[in-house]
Write a protein that binds this ligand. Structure first.
Ligand code: PCA
Length: 225
């Protein structure tokens, strides 16, 4: 049986937000599982998956080192970092992490970071290698509203994403990326956001499609390589 190890990160709490879907959706997914069937029609049949979740502080200084500690301990095949994007209407599949911190407010440590590179010697941006097109196709089939997005903002989410992509650059076997969730809506008819149930389904689809792609990569499914 083929074994996969997946780390999914989220953020513990976010000021002014009752439920941060990036904390709840990964936790519920780990509880509920990926719904892998023994049926041969399931591309993941015969695969066993361990999901590790981690909640991170909203801190430019501490978020990445905390995630890196988990990655060192788990040595995962796949890493999905997630965060809340207040302005998002649906799920935003992030294409690239940019080398910029430019926060209008302070992080949880009280640090204000204006127009500063994350790594003064690093590239301007990194592309994710997650199979975003395959994920988007699966979302469409499951009626999950989503878009491809070209930036995860300039706050802690983007900074974490950039560090993760830098870490991943030296580890081609690992696939990693960032998914932004919208606010949690109370009902499917809400004008803004998506229900937590829908966000868990999205998280499941991201992990399943990424494992499928890991098992049998196809160049059509990624944006760049
Ligand atoms: N979203 C913030 C940080 C934590 C979160 O869930 C961001 O957009 O950077």
């Amino acid at each position: 049986m083929q074994q996969f190890s997946v780390v999914i990160s989220g953020f513990d709490h976010y000021e002014g937000i009752d439920i941060n879907p990036s904390a709840e959706a990964p936790r519920l997914l780990a509880e509920q599982g990926l719904g892998i069937s023994a049926d041969i029609d399931d591309p993941l049949s015969g695969v066993s998956v361990d999901i590790h979740t981690v909640g991170l502080p909203i801190s430019f200084t501490d978020a990445w080192p905390e995630l890196e500690r988990v990655l060192d301990a788990v040595e995962p095949d796949i890493v999905i970092a997630t965060g809340l994007k207040r302005s998002a209407r649906g799920i935003a599949l992030e294409r690239c992490a940019t080398n910029l911190m430019d926060a209008s407010g302070r992080d949880d440590d009280g640090v204000e970071t204006r127009r500063t590179p994350i790594d003064p010697d690093g590239p301007a941006a990194y592309w994710t290698r997650l199979p975003l097109r395959a994920i988007l196709r699966d979302f469409t089939a499951a009626d999950i509203p989503a878009t491809l997005s070209s930036d995860a903002g300039t706050y802690v989410c983007n900074s974490l994403f950039y560090h993760l992509m830098h870490w991943n650059a030296g580890r081609r076997r690992v696939l990693s990326g960032f998914v932004s969730f919208p606010k949690v809506a109370q009902s499917a008819h809400s004008q803004q956001g998506l229900t937590l149930e829908c966000q868990v389904a999205a998280c499941r689809s991201v992990v399943r499609e990424t494992i499928r792609y890991h098992l049998s990569p196809s160049s059509e499914e990624i944006l760049l390589d």
